[in-house]
Structure formats: structure tokens, C-alpha cells
Design a protein around this ligand. Structure first.
Ligand SMILES: C[S@@+](CC[C@H](N)C(=O)[O-])C[C@H]1O[C@@H](n2cnc3c(N)ncnc32)[C@H](O)[C@@H]1O
Length: 225
């Protein structure tokens, strides 16, 4: 009988560890654990994600360029840039003439981003930094992007407030929101779509538009009033 109880306890502990470290990527254990996990797994990140260039162009580069088509050389901030996904797909576009500043707290993710962005390094500065206190003046960027990352921050609200602060009036915010059961696995941190949109509106954004994207993510676009 005792061995059955031991097996049940082991399974429960294994499930808890999986949820804490894999499903929610350390967010319930604190910012340092999240960053440590990204440092640890950075070398596998692009292989795991298997980014398809055509899909990246269609769902990331083209919507951003289209929504910024009135600005000849936009200045963009990519929060949680990771291995440089957003700067890379934009800077590869011959018709994109802007610059993309990437910030991320993971040194290893940034190292890979720097390698990927070497041909564009003069247009893609990278800064090791978290999202909760952005080292930029108010109203500095034409667009702020944050893809597949908000749910891993200690406070998505503080980070969104900072993103809006550094965005210029009329500027574009493009973030993703975790949805479905993968979103709900974040328990009280999960924000239903209406609550997420209301948060953005309360921060002074308008034209808030949510669209389903991948299996576990929505894309959310908005403009600063
Ligand atoms: C799933 S990756 C997304 C990277 C990239 N945006 C992409 O779409 O490939 C999440 C990123 O968030 C970063 N991150 C974790 N905590 C952060 C924080 N507090 N502030 C800013 N970035 C953070 C991680 O280092 C990691 O690079």
C-alpha cells in the first residue's frame, strides 16, 4: 500500500515540477528563474520554434510595415526580443528602412540575437534589460512590439504601462496574448480577451484589435491616442 502512495506522491511532484518549469516557464518562481531557464535553453530556442520565414513575414513583418506605412524610417522597440525574431524579420525586408532596438534580460538569448543580426547591427542595437523599467524617454518610439513574452513577466501590467509610456502618440503597439488552455494554465495571471483589451484602453490606447494567431496566442494591435 505504501508504495502506491509513494508513486502517487512522485507523480504529483513530477506534474507540479513540469507545470512550474515547462508549462509556465518559471514565472511562479520569480523573474530570475525565468531568465535562468532562457539562458539555459537559448541554444535550442530557434530549433524548437522552427520559424517559417513566409509565416513570419505574413504575420509579423507585413502587418507592422503596413500599419507604419506613413513613417519612412520608423524607430521600433522590441521588448523581450529573445534571439532577435522581430528585428530580423523586419530588417530582412528590402522595403523596411527603419531601426529596431531589442531588449531582453537573457544574456544568452541576446548573444544569439547579435549573431543573427550581425549584417544589420548598425540598425539593431541590443540591450540587456527587463521590461518593467524601460531605459528610454517618454514618447520615443513609432512602434513597440512584444511577441510571446508578456505572460512570463513579473507584471504584465507594469510592462504594458512602460511600453505605452515610451510609445509616441499615434504609435503602434503590437503584443501577443496567451489564450486557450495554455493561457489558463497561468491561473490568476490569465487575462480573458475583454479584460486584456480594457487594460490597453485604460492605458490610453485606441483601435484595440485582437486576432487569433497561433494555437496558443492572439495578436493584439492598438494605437496610442
Ligand atoms: C518565448 S521568448 C520570446 C522571444 C521573442 N519575442 C520571440 O517571439 O521569439 C520570451 C522572452 O522573454 C524574455 N523575458 C523573460 N522575462 C523578461 C522580463 N522580465 N522582461 C523582458 N523580457 C523578459 C526571455 O528572456 C525570452 O527571451
Amino acid at each position: 500500500m505504501n508504495w502506491i502512495i509513494s508513486i502517487i506522491i512522485l507523480l504529483l511532484l513530477g506534474g507540479l515540477a513540469y507545470w512550474l518549469l515547462v508549462t509556465t516557464e518559471g514565472v511562479f518562481l520569480g523573474r530570475r528563474v525565468v531568465v535562468w531557464l532562457y539562458d539555459l535553453t537559448a541554444h535550442k530556442y530557434d530549433d524548437i520554434k522552427e520559424f517559417e520565414p513566409e509565416w513570419e513575414q505574413f504575420f509579423i513583418a507585413h502587418p507592422v510595415m503596413h500599419k507604419l506605412d506613413s513613417v519612412r524610417a520608423p524607430l521600433i522597440l522590441d521588448v523581450a526580443t529573445g534571439t532577435g525574431r522581430v528585428p530580423f524579420i523586419l530588417l530582412e525586408e528590402p522595403l523596411f528602412h527603419g531601426r529596431v532596438v531589442g531588449i531582453d534580460p537573457s544574456r544568452k538569448m541576446l548573444k544569439l540575437a547579435a549573431e543573427k543580426l550581425r549584417p544589420f547591427s548598425h540598425r539593431a542595437p541590443l540591450i540587456q534589460q527587463t521590461a518593467n523599467a524601460l531605459p528610454f524617454p517618454d514618447n520615443s518610439f513609432d512602434a513597440v512590439t512584444c511577441i510571446e513574452a508578456l505572460e512570463f513577466f513579473p507584471s504584465d501590467i507594469d510592462a504594458l504601462r512602460e511600453m505605452v509610456r515610451v510609445l509616441r502618440p499615434g504609435g503602434l503597439l503590437f503584443v501577443t496574448r496567451r489564450r486557450g488552455w495554455e493561457g489558463k494554465a497561468f491561473l490568476a495571471r490569465y487575462r480573458p480577451v475583454k479584460e486584456f483589451e480594457a487594460t490597453l484602453t485604460n492605458f490610453g490606447l485606441e483601435d484595440v484589435n485582437t486576432q487569433p494567431w497561433q494555437f496558443a496566442y492572439d495578436q493584439v494591435f492598438a494605437r496610442k491616442r
